[in-house]
Design a protein around this ligand. Structure first.
Ligand code: ADP
Ligand code: MN
Ligand code: MN
Ligand code: MN
Length: 424
């Protein structure tokens, strides 16, 4: 999966020709030249094929596991915010909790996380999930996925360890019982890495956005098999995946994780991205979390809307606490935008259901706002708010930790007026 800016389609304004500039290549894309219905030019409008014959893989997977042994897949975030993992065999009694799991290490010089002459990076287990990619027969000990964070041998968190400061922000705030619900949008491409699922190989879909959001039907919905597989794998893993839907741009999808409490939100969201990447491996479909995979034309970007509530906000009269939190977030708008994901400026333009990144605004039921208060929350005077600014490739530790820090600061901030209903 590609988390950082790399896929950018630039449409020329002079001609209907789009040019793509990737890290090592360039090509042109003819606008509207071919239609989804023109058979031959479509690349895999369903999904790719499984990479290997399952009967061959199953020959080995059916061999079973020795009693008392578990495969533990240690997962961590690298210097670019991408996920890495490696496997080890452990005795089952070590796998009861993150505290009983052994620390491990990896070669940080291969991930830009340590110099070659002192390359060891220490992995500390932080959260355990069941491994959906290595299922075991009913009653056997489950193989596990282990979310880790990264330290120097001396015990200092690495600069790329964003979990550490986030965990600090939550420490001492446990009584607020802060919930996060994150809406992870993502975009699926054929393995050419330039043709979104359902798009013609050259050019754009002839039909504009409209029918694809929450869509059904083979002409509208692309990649459902991936989202459904991801959903089941996340449920099996023990993640709080709470829903999924097709998104506005064809080939774009969303799933939601949460509500999760505190630092658990970042652990779960990163593990869900790991599972997404592994599912895409199986389907041989390329997934990007870039916030604006198609620049030029009228195509929505991708975000990670973050829904937030503290215990106080969920109780009667909680709307007052919601307003206070929003004013504090408004006062720190610039800092939050700077930390909310790379390439987000291509997405937060004020168009396509976003607010301009230079303006902070909020409103009830307003999808053009930086922060939206849901209709139900407004009606009931309690509930949660939605920070719509984080990009799809944002760091969920950074986003949740920063929100926690900002809304708990003991500062006086000016009241901000909501966007008027007519703007909504
Ligand atoms: P949208 O209408 O913006 O598309 P979604 O239904 O996709 O919203 O996502 C909403 C997310 O908010 C879900 O993950 C849900 O679990 C979460 N959520 C619901 N209630 C709360 C709450 N009180 N605090 C935080 N998150 C919440
Ligand atoms: Mn949503
Ligand atoms: Mn969405
Ligand atoms: Mn949303």
């Amino acid at each position: 999966m590609l988390f950082q800016a790399a896929l950018v389609f630039l449409a020329s304004t002079a001609t209907p020709v789009g040019a793509f500039t990737g890290p090592n290549r360039a090509f042109t894309r003819r606008s509207g030249a071919s239609s989804l219905k023109m058979g031959g030019s479509i690349l895999s409008s369903q999904t790719g094929m499984s990479s290997l014959d399952p009967t061959i893989i199953n020959k080995y997977m059916d061999l079973g596991m020795p009693k008392g042994k578990v495969l533990a897949e240690y997962v961590w975030v690298d210097a670019k915010g991408e996920l890495r993992s490696k496997t080890r065999t452990l005795p089952v009694d070590k796998c009861a909790s993150p505290d009983t799991l052994p620390k491990w290490n990896f070669d940080g010089s291969s991930t830009d996380q340590a110099p070659g002459d002192d390359s060891e990076v220490i992995l500390r287990p932080q959260a355990i999930f069941r491994d959906p990619f290595r299922p075991v027969p009913e009653g056997d000990d489950a193989n596990i996925l282990v979310m880790c964070d990264t330290y120097t041998p001396a015990g200092e968190p690495l600069p790329s360890n964003t979990r550490y400061p986030a965990a600090q922000a939550f420490k001492g705030n446990e009584d607020l019982v802060t919930w996060f619900g994150m809406e992870q949008e993502f975009t699926l491409f054929n393995m050419d890495e330039r043709t979104p699922l359902g798009w013609p190989e050259q050019g754009f879909p002839t039909r504009p956005q409209g029918p694809y959001y929450c869509s059904v039907g083979p002409e509208n919905s692309f990649g459902r098999q991936i989202t459904d597989s991801l959903y089941r794998a996340c449920l099996y893993a023990g993640l709080e995946i709470s829903g999924t839907n097709g998104e506005v741009m064809p080939g774009q999808q969303e799933y939601q994780v949460g509500p999760c409490v505190g630092i658990d939100a970042g652990d779960q969201l990163f593990m869900s991205r790991y599972i997404l990447a592994r599912v895409c491996e199986d389907f041989q479909v390329f997934c990007t979390l870039h916030p604006k995979p198609i620049v030029g034309g009228d195509w929505n970007g991708a975000g990670m809307h973050t829904n937030v509530s503290t215990k106080e906000m969920r109780e009667d009269g909680g709307i007052e606490a919601i307003y206070k939190a929003i004013y504090k977030l408004g006062a720190k708008h610039k800092e939050h935008i700077a930390a909310y994901g790379e390439g987000n400026e291509l997405r937060l333009t004020g168009e396509f259901e976003t607010a301009d990144m230079d303006t902070f605004c909020y409103g009830v039921a307003n999808r053009g706002a930086s922060i939206r208060i849901g209709r139900d929350t407004d009606d009931e005077g309690k509930g949660y708010f939605e920070d719509r600014r984080p990009s799809s490739n944002c760091d969920p530790y950074t986003v949740t930790g920063m929100i926690m820090k900002t809304i708990t600061e003991d500062v006086d901030v000016p009241v901000i007026a909501p966007m008027s209903k007519s703007e909504a």
